[in-house]
Design a protein around this ligand. Structure first.
Ligand SMILES: O=C(O)CCC(=O)C(=O)O
Ligand SMILES: [Fe+2]
Length: 279
């Protein structure tokens, strides 16, 4: 018999980098390799682009309410709790709506994707969108979390959903390496909506003990109580890139005016010579 209650979560050290300016491909690769846990770059893309994306999201004919137990609205597709056939079919259907979020402006997420692709190519590594016979992933998805209380998005990890994605997904292999989670913030609430990161990278055993083996969501407050954490104070135009294996969540939001909006994508090594990208 194991005594799970007496087992407090292991503390994993975090390496954090915060600054203003442009993202470099070297830093992105450092996150991929597990050398940096979290990178927060302020003012990383323009206010004009941020405002265009926000306006297009609000008026999008492809805007939907999530019905998978995670409160929020979205444009795009999420692989979370879906088999490959369903996810890739949804990604194909949603593509015109995702593309339309940028109007006629240059998509900064695709810009980052293309720059990383060029740099990895020089190193003999291919970067491409995850795909199957049913279609191909999009470069990002747009999300507005609507959970109420302490968190607008509860504490979770992004690896369980990849590990348990199923054999019909080529991206399952990435779960054994760093799952990098890339977030562009076009709009932020007046107060709150910060990204909180805990110094804990759960194992399969940890997830089983918390009843979140296949989802990685949500971890309870008592489980995280003794774990140190830190918050990233985000503003519109910021980018945050994290090792999605560490538990993270979004704090509650205040103010009725602006809504918080994130453009999110995941990527990681499936093989030493292949990096996959999906949402
Ligand atoms: O909205 C955020 O800042 C984080 C999003 C996130 O963790 C996720 O989509 O898995
Ligand atoms: Fe996440």
């Amino acid at each position: 018999m194991t005594n799970q209650l007496s087992q407090s979560p292991a503390i994993s050290p975090v390496a954090i980098r915060e600054r203003t300016g442009s993202v470099s491909t070297a830093e992105i690769i450092s996150v991929l390799k597990g050398e940096i846990t979290a990178l927060h770059v302020s003012q990383a893309f323009s206010t004009e682009v941020a405002e265009e994306i926000t306006a297009k999201f609000i008026g999008s004919p492809g805007l939907k309410e999530r019905k998978d137990g995670v409160p929020g609205q979205y444009v795009g597709a999420s692989h979370y709790r879906k088999d490959a056939a369903t996810y890739f079919a949804e990604a194909e259907t949603a593509r015109p709506y995702v593309d339309a979020l940028f109007g006629n402006l240059v998509d900064p997420v695709r810009g980052l994707f293309d720059a990383l692709k060029r740099e990895l190519h020089k190193q003999g590594i291919e970067l491409r969108l995850a795909r199957s016979e049913h279609g191909q992933a999009n470069v990002c998805r747009a999300l507005s979390w609507s959970g109420s209380g302490t968190f607008s998005l509860d504490p979770h990890d992004d690896v369980a959903q990849v590990l348990c994605a199923g054999n019909d997904y080529e991206l399952s292999a990435v779960a054994h390496n760093t799952v990098a989670a890339l977030n562009f913030y076009p709009s932020m609430a007046e107060e709150g909506g910060n990204l909180r990161l805990w110094s804990h990278k759960p194992t399969v055993t940890d997830r089983k003990s918390q009843g979140v083996e296949t989802t990685g969501y949500p971890y309870s407050a008592p489980y995280l109580e003794a774990v140190p954490s830190r918050e990233f104070q985000l503003k519109a135009g910021d980018i945050a890139l994290i090792d999605g294996g560490f538990i993270h969540g979004v704090t509650g939001q205040l103010g009725n005016g602006k809504r918080r909006l994130v453009l999110n994508s995941f990527f990681g090594f499936a093989r030493p010579d292949l990096v996959l990208w999906w949402t």
